[in-house]
Ligand binder design. Structure first.
Ligand SMILES: Cc1ncc(COP(=O)(O)O)c(C=O)c1O
Length: 401
């Protein structure tokens, strides 16, 4: 039973065809086909760029220009595990865009999992939205923890779970992980894909929200697995403009997958999910001249700041080990009690005091599996990090009295 997409996608989704509008065929002239307001947006003032965007019109449902820029960017640095780079280059047909990767996560669940019947596997500690989306869709969650130390996948464990239960249809992996900050070994994920493909009709999804923080500017290869989707039909990769591109506010997520799966995802998405404002900014951000260099510059800066911040945090009395990896734009550090033991009580008190009395907000993650006493700290600007350290010193002394 080799992997068969028709046995993986829900039968009702297999019957869908993409929504079509008159504008797919005719784009110019007097446009009276979509019941838009031809008199214009209800705003007393419009900036020049807003005028150009014609906000009274529906946005482009296909977003070909944006998709082309995204694949140009990823194709430039294929993953080193791609066997045939030329034949397997990403094409526009490999992409589906979503309202942040949160929409992409939900869309995959709705595409594949039958409510009340199918299941999805996650590897804690991991991103919380997978469980929320699964619960909303009435999809049972099966858990198989990341191995420790190192927060990597248990290849044999996952393979045995999914092959033992055909109702498990999706495996959600996060690389680099949240809250782990640790890149998964690409060789491990490929081993898993190859091991399960002949015997399991399901998808392995690799959420790469933080992938650009692992990219070394002087290498020809990227750690991103996005360029592997044409070699592994059971692989799906998610990315977002919310992190490295600094555009959490525009809500743009990207699903990379086989052209076959992408056809179904694009058929089920709401046709106008990407707004004209979002696509305008996203096109500028992913453009060679207009955004990519700035993204790389900020990423390099964040990495430099992250390393300095870690050094400063680890030097503090009350901060134990860095239990996460260094593949992301945040740190996961243990807060310890007076005996040097990781403590949720102290970490939670520190978290509260920092936020309530000192206006510094980090994230308590101590309740996540194998994260006892952990605080997750996003890397700030140089100035913010300086204040964070000062406040940490003051608050740690207070809560560890
Ligand atoms: C692993 C992971 N995936 C996805 C997201 C959500 O991304 P978006 O803003 O594109 O919805 C986050 C946000 O924190 C995340 O940590």
């Amino acid at each position: 039973m080799p992997f068969d997409i028709k046995k993986t996608v829900r039968p009702n989704i297999l019957t869908l065809e993409p929504y079509r509008c008159a504008r797919d065929d005719f784009k110019t002239g007097i446009l009276l086909d979509a019941n838009e307001n031809t008199h214009g947006p209800a705003l007393t003032e419009l900036s020049k760029s807003e005028q150009v965007l014609e906000l009274n019109r529906y946005p482009d449902p296909h977003q070909a220009e944006l998709k082309q820029q995204i694949i140009n960017f990823r194709n430039k640095k294929p993953n080193k595990f791609v066997k045939d780079i030329e034949a397997n280059k990403l094409k526009i047909g490999n992409l589906c865009l979503g309202v942040g990767s949160d929409e992409s996560i939900d869309m995959l669940l709705r595409c594949v999992c039958q409510p009340g019947k199918d299941k999805m596997l996650i590897c804690p500690p991991t991103y919380g939205m997978y469980s929320i989306c699964a619960t909303v869709n009435d999809v049972e969650i099966v858990k198989l923890p990341l191995t420790t130390p190192g927060f990597q996948i248990d290849i044999e464990g996952i393979a045995s779970k999914v092959t033992g239960d055909p109702n498990i249809k999706l495996v959600y992996l996060t690389s680099p992980g949240n809250p782990t900050g640790k890149l998964l070994a690409v060789a491990d994920v490929i081993q898993l894909l190859e091991k399960v493909a002949p015997v399991w009709n399901g998808f392995v999804i690799v959420d790469e929200a933080y992938i650009d923080f692992t990219i070394s500017p002087d290498s020809n290869y990227s750690e991103s697995m996005s360029t592997l989707v044409n070699e592994h039909e059971n692989l799906v990769v998610l990315q977002t403009l919310s992190k490295s591109f600094g555009l959490a506010g525009i809500r743009l997520g990207v699903t990379f997958c086989s052209e076959k799966l992408s056809y179904y995802l694009n058929s089920m998405k709401y046709p106008y999910n990407i707004s004209s404002l979002t696509s305008d900014v996203a096109i500028r951000a992913t453009g060679e001249e207009t955004g990519l260099a700035t993204m790389s510059k900020y990423v390099a800066n964040i990495i430099e700041q992250r390393d300095q911040l870690l050094k400063n945090l680890l030097a503090l009395d009350g901060v134990g080990n860095n239990i996460g990896g260094l593949d992301s734009n945040f740190l996961l550090v243990e807060i310890v009690d007076k005996d040097g033991k990781p403590s949720n009580e102290v970490a939670q008190a520190l978290y509260n005091t920092l936020a309530v009395d000192n206006q510094v907000v980090v994230r308590f993650r101590g309740k996540e599996l194998n994260c006892t006493g952990a605080l997750r700290v996003s890397v700030g600007t140089e100035e913010e990090n300086k204040i964070l350290i000062e406040k940490f010193v003051k608050c740690l002394a207070e809560v560890r009295k």
